[in-house]
Ligand binder design. Structure first.
Ligand code: 6CS
Length: 352
């Protein structure tokens, strides 16, 4: 049997087993305060313990459990326990999970229009404007039906820091990307984004990146600073290149059947907690990214930090505009309407 076929069978078996486990235990009550039974809400994240998503999920758990006074227990499943990002999304859609983090970098395969958030040089660098853009009401209203079609409900959009290229050589102009095998998340538009710069992008799951860098199967990857530290990508690359081309965004999603069946009091608790955690998480991710950069500098003083100038960024910006056409070709009128709304949201964020 071919290796790829074997791997795909193993992966199928792993998803089936973890889904089976979740399905069997989904409605199992747990013991709450004073011995009363509590309902379990399962929340899967795409990152490991100590990450931005984990910090969010732990605080979500703390607030939900406190406000439901023992009626609900939130179980957090870190990356790796239930499979890849795609596996998690599938389990959420099936209803064996109630909540999950799903970033457009992977979820864009299921909801192609969501790849609008992967376009480079589109979202504002200014923190307040970025916050306002992702919370923009017309934008959220346009996203809701796209999620609903896939049995999902979008609860919020969370920025986790700006994407940084880690490479084996400095990248200052698109020509430096020639022949560079850079790993991207699995949404297809990301391949187009790096092909436009002349690189040789390869999509792969998060959990395979460190090994692929170590074995020289790829030369580079792209992620926010906290992830570069936490997943040890800095150990197997020599340069960190800050182009500020795009922030890493994730979406907090729920199974829509679960949310609509929720009793109104518990639904209000969920909505309140989500709303409160938006500004909280923004500060958390900034601090985590700053701290982790200091850790990388300390643990690897020889790591070269490259910050592109505005002129250098312009060369990438120019090439990235072709990728917008590719996005429009792939997503048609719905994608075009969403891009227009996002561009308007960015403009509105500058007027507030
Ligand atoms: O690169 C990835 O695939 C992942 N990066 C982050 C920072 N979070 C989750 C995502 O799957």
């Amino acid at each position: 049997m071919q290796n790829s076929e074997l791997n795909s069978r193993r992966r199928g078996l792993r998803i089936t087993l973890s889904s089976l486990f979740l399905a069997i235990t989904a409605f199992a009550p747990a013991c709450g305060v004073g011995g009363a039974q509590s309902t379990i809400w399962r929340f899967a994240i795409e990152e490991t313990s100590g990450s931005v998503q984990d910090t969010y999920a732990q605080e979500f758990k703390r607030r939900i459990e406190e406000r439901t006074q023992g009626a609900v227990e939130v179980k957090v499943y870190p990356y790796g326990t239930l499979g890849t990002s795609d596996d998690i999304t599938e389990q959420l859609r099936m209803g064996s999970l109630q909540f999950a983090m799903a970033s457009p970098g992977h979820l864009g395969k299921t909801i192609p229009e969501l790849q609008v958030f992967l376009l480079h040089f589109l979202l504002p660098e200014d923190e307040d404007r970025l916050r306002a853009t992702v919370a923009d009401a017309p934008l959220r209203a346009e996203l809701d039906p796209l999620f609903a079609e896939k049995d999902l409900e979008l609860l919020t959009i969370l920025p986790e820091g700006w994407m940084v290229w880690t490479t084996q050589q400095p990248i200052r102009e698109p020509a430096d990307f020639a022949g560079v095998k850079i790993r991207t998340m699995t949404s297809p538009l990301l391949l187009a984004a790096y092909e436009a710069y002349g690189a040789s992008p390869q999509a792969m799951p998060y959990g395979e990146v460190y090994g692929a860098l170590q074995l020289n199967m790829i030369d580079a990857q792209v992620n926010p600073v906290f992830a570069i530290e936490e997943m040890s990508f800095f150990e197997v690359t020599s340069h960190m290149v800050f182009a500020n081309h795009a922030p890493f965004l994730t979406t907090l999603v729920a199974n829509d059947g679960f949310l609509s069946d929720l009793d109104p009091e518990q639904r209000t608790i969920v909505e309140d907690v989500v709303q409160e955690l938006d500004p909280w998480l923004f500060d958390v991710q900034r601090e985590l990214n700053d701290e982790r950069l200091a850790t990388i500098r300390e643990r690897k003083p020889e790591m070269k930090i490259v910050r592109l100038t505005d002129d250098e960024r312009d060369a990438f910006r120019e090439l990235s505009t072709n990728v917008r056409s590719e996005y429009l070709e792939r997503t048609g009128t719905r994608g075009s309407a969403l891009l227009e709304t996002l561009v308007d949201a960015v403009a509105r964020s500058g007027r507030e």
